[in-house]
Design a protein around this ligand. Structure first.
Ligand code: M6R
Length: 608
């Protein structure tokens, strides 16, 4: 979603803003803009398209002179992606400039009132309302105007604001959309995410809801919505900027795919001690774990797919009933929750609007919430009762790979911990699972070696219209993820089906040459899957199978086979996902697409 950067300090602001916006490109955007105070006026440049257009228009920022500014990448929600709708937005006299991430839900009502007072709007955006509202309430004090406007706005917003009358200050506001403030000896910064400012500082303040920050060249002051000053402590960012750079790979996605052995090991290893799973960081007693009567797993997109795997694993091992729900459905469907229900919210970014709303809904209804989150200090991490961090490191590509893999590991750890506390698996089973779990990084590494073979195969399907993924049980869960990975970056239509469900309708879509990716790692379901493969092959499908290494006979039943190393059946998704990620990547690459920035998508979906 939209990205915000702001800078005030001793350097020229525009190049700093361009640099920061480049680090936020991964969030997804369709237009860009900057506003810089040049000593007399706030000057603004906006452009539809990629950041390089803004860079060219401003000659690398050199035509926008000044040491205070705000910049923005816009992912259109209200109004199409045009130069006029791009941010920043001005009030009528260009004395107040605003950049915004989020949605002002009552903007139409506010706009009408402002129009009745004579305010004229030039864009179709909800954001322009903020600029005019600030104008309406500004009588000399930015803080007072901002607080008044916050009292009137509904929805989510992270804002960067400049006032021409206060050239030595920029303001930041946060409600339900992420915003951080960075403190550096070269000036102070605001940003939607850490990579944008890591070049300048590691010292970062995470803004809380309804907080306002006033930044000058050498000071940062925080206020609440009642304009009372707050005392906040900065956090030190421990990871390095190289973690958020391509490091020799063509795309961030490929880098992340190759970082999976490390990400999986980093998420797992610190939690295995003396042959036990140690999750003290959760702050859940054995008694509390024993009392859980039901689990809801709530998430969006790939995180939801990790949750589907989690259902099979948690139910299978710990024998706790698990329901998996899309966060956007869960939050509005009046779910039945009580104090013994544990709600697990899974989110890489920790900022996904629907997942955050689902978390709040669950807490309001008395359930405890456990967040499985990658971004430290994110909203979901801060608001959940218990947090299990995935240590994937920063994930830049829109299509998730390493974060998804670490979410699986976090779920395995939880399932094993819950099983051992509740006594649902024997000591011997536990030991053998633990051994299998520890093999995962090496096995993932091994599978990454099949890259060339998969690329060759993928190149045969660059012109496919439809690709189907089928599986049963856990293999169905991974089919969902394989299908999403493919469609989101290659734009080839793809569906995932529980293999037994095909003949209830979908099989009518199979025709001569249709590619069906069949995943069959669950031994007890293997004969059933063979029948499903026969059903589609009889109708002309070409079948690529992903199966356990002990099924050499599969060559007779499928057209192309990828074998996985031997692993405990609960953990096979961690291996099966690797060829599926590589397949999606190479199909997209072969089709000449920008793998890291798929059309219409944003990395962190901070609006409903
Ligand atoms: O940050 P989150 O994990 O909450 O994001 C959830 C989904 O938006 C995300 O997994 C999305 O589906 C991925 N881009 C898919 O690759």
């Amino acid at each position: 979603m939209c990205g915000i950067v702001g800078y005030i300090g001793g350097q020229q602001a525009a190049p700093v803003l361009l640099d920061g916006l480049a680090k936020l490109e991964y969030r997804g955007y369709d237009s860009t803009g900057m506003a810089v105070y040049d000593g007399r006026e706030i000057r603004m440049v906006k452009a539809t398209g990629r950041l390089k257009v803004l860079d060219a228009l401003t000659k690398g920022g050199s035509t926008l002179s000044g040491t205070a500014g705000i910049g923005h990448t816009r992912w259109a929600t209200h109004g199409s992606p045009t130069d006029t709708n791009a941010h920043p937005h001005f009030n009528g006299s260009a004395s107040i400039a605003v950049v915004h991430n989020g949605i002002i839900e009552n903007y139409q009502k506010l706009k009408k009132k402002l129009e009745n007072r004579g305010y004229q709007f030039v864009s179709e955006t909800d954001t322009e309302v903020v600029a005019h509202l600030l104008d309406r309430y500004y009588t000399g004090s930015p803080l007072e105007a901002i607080a008044k406007v916050m009292h009137r706005m509904e929805g989510s917003y992270a804002l960067g604001i400049m006032f021409r009358d206060h050239p030595d200050e920029i303001y930041a506001v946060r409600k339900d959309s992420p915003l951080i403030v960075g403190k550096s000896s070269q000036g102070n910064l605001i940003a939607s995410d850490v990579p944008a400012i890591l070049k300048y500082t590691r010292s970062v303040y995470f803004m809380e809801n309804e907080e306002i920050a006033k930044l000058s060249r050498d000071s940062i002051t925080f206020y609440n919505i009642d304009e009372e000053e707050l005392v906040k402590e900065p956090s030190e960012i421990s990871w390095d900027i190289s973690a958020a750079e391509k490091g020799g790979y063509d795309y961030f996605m490929m880098k992340a795919i190759y970082e999976q052995p490390k990400a999986v090991a980093d998420t797992m290893s610190p939690r295995i001690r003396d042959s036990r799973i140690v999750l003290d960081e959760l702050g859940m007693s054995d008694e509390e774990i024993a009392q859980i009567s039901k689990i809801y797993i709530v998430a969006c997109g790939s995180a939801y797919h990790a949750g589907v795997t989690g259902k099979y694993v948690l139910e299978g091992m710990a024998r706790i009933p698990v329901e998996v729900d899309l966060a956007s459905e869960f939050r509005y469907r009046n779910p039945i929750l009580d104090t013994q229900t544990l709600v697990i919210v899974i989110s890489q970014s920790g900022e996904t609007a629907d997942s955050l709303a689902a978390l709040r809904e669950a807490k309001t209804r008395g359930s405890r919430v456990l967040g499985i989150v990658n971004v430290v200090g994110s909203s979901i991490a801060r608001e959940a009762d218990h947090v299990l961090y995935t240590w994937a490191g920063p994930e830049i590509s829109v299509a998730t790979t390493k974060a998804y893999s670490t979410q699986l590991v976090a779920l395995y750890l939880l399932a094993m911990k819950f099983s051992s506390v509740r006594g649902t698996i024997s000591e011997a089973e536990f030991t053998s699972m633990l051994e299998a779990l520890q093999q995962l990084p090496r096995q993932v590494e091994f599978l990454l070696g099949s890259q060339e073979r998969i690329q060759k195969f993928a190149n045969r399907y660059l012109a496919a219209d439809h690709i189907f993924f089928i599986g049963r049980g856990l293999d169905y869960a991974i089919s969902l993820e394989g299908s999403l990975k493919l469609k989101e970056i290659s734009y080839i239509h793809s569906e995932a089906y529980a293999a037994g469900e095909l003949k209830h309708g979908t099989i009518s879509l199979i025709e001569e040459g249709t590619l069906v990716v069949a995943v069959l790692t669950q031994e007890e379901l293997y004969p059933k899957m063979l029948s499903n493969i026969q059903e589609v092959r009889t109708r002309g499908a070409f079948v690529m199978a992903v199966a356990n290494a002990n099924h050499a006979d599969l060559e007779k039943n499928a057209d192309y086979v990828i074998y996985l190393p031997e692993i405990n059946p609960y953990f096979t998704n961690s291996l099966a996902v690797i060829p599926l990620q590589l397949f999606a990547y190479y199909v997209a690459l072969g089709r000449g697409l920008d793998v890291d920035k798929p059309r219409n998508l944003a990395k962190s979906v901070t609006v409903e």
